[in-house]
Design a protein around this ligand. Sequence first.
Ligand code: PMT
Length: 224
Amino acid sequence: PKNLPLTGKKVVVTAGPTRERIDPVRYISNFSSGKMGYSMAEAAASLGAETILISGPVSLDKPAGVKIVDVESAAEMFEAVRAEYHDATIVIKSAAVADYRPAEIHTQKIKKSDDDDSVIELARTTDILQTLGEWKEDQVLVGFAAETENVIENGKGKLQRKNLDYIIVNDVTDPGGGFGSDTNVVTLISKNGTYHPYSSMPKKELATVLLQEIVQEEGLDTNN
Ligand code: PMT
């Protein structure tokens, strides 16, 4: 039916931060609340999609009608996304994945030493989105870009470099949006060059607007 354009289609969404363990009591993470990703998943479900939400640690209520896969680290998120990728119609990477993890996870709690300074060695995590771009068959691949400067240029660079179909760029210094906020300010850019700036609006509303735009540009609203 036209009003439920994603019926029979699988949409995979990632949300929230990842946690990269340092030792049994400490980790590296970021301020993502998961609100943007959970809103994207709710929007997908409300458009009829079989929706898989791969979630880092957040304290949000589980959305109805969505299958949740809970993960902690970037490595676990990568495994979960990989398992769902092949037959997905749309994949939306809203998660704020850590770019680095501690090179070594200490098995015991690290003790204070007599030195005033201490160093944690870091190693790169897998860039999940980049890898999905390399593996892409006919999935519609949607990335987010969290930027603090040269927002549009940096976003377009990620769109091309990661072989994406769309990138949703947010200036995370904008007071109308970003990490933790109930609202967001984004620009949706497609690989075909279409460009849609949206002013600040609730993430829940914005998610539906973004997904409807993508569905329309992909012709998914006329195919069934
Ligand atoms: O969760 P909220 O509090 O609601 O905040 C929403 C948000 C600001 C986190 C969200 O709107 C957002 O921008 N998410 C992407 C954050 C991010 O990690 O952006 P990035 O520019 O560092 O990464 C670009 C893209 O690559 C993202 O789609 C990210 O999921 C992906 N990535 C990054 C690193 C990595 N190792 N693997 C990835 O897949």
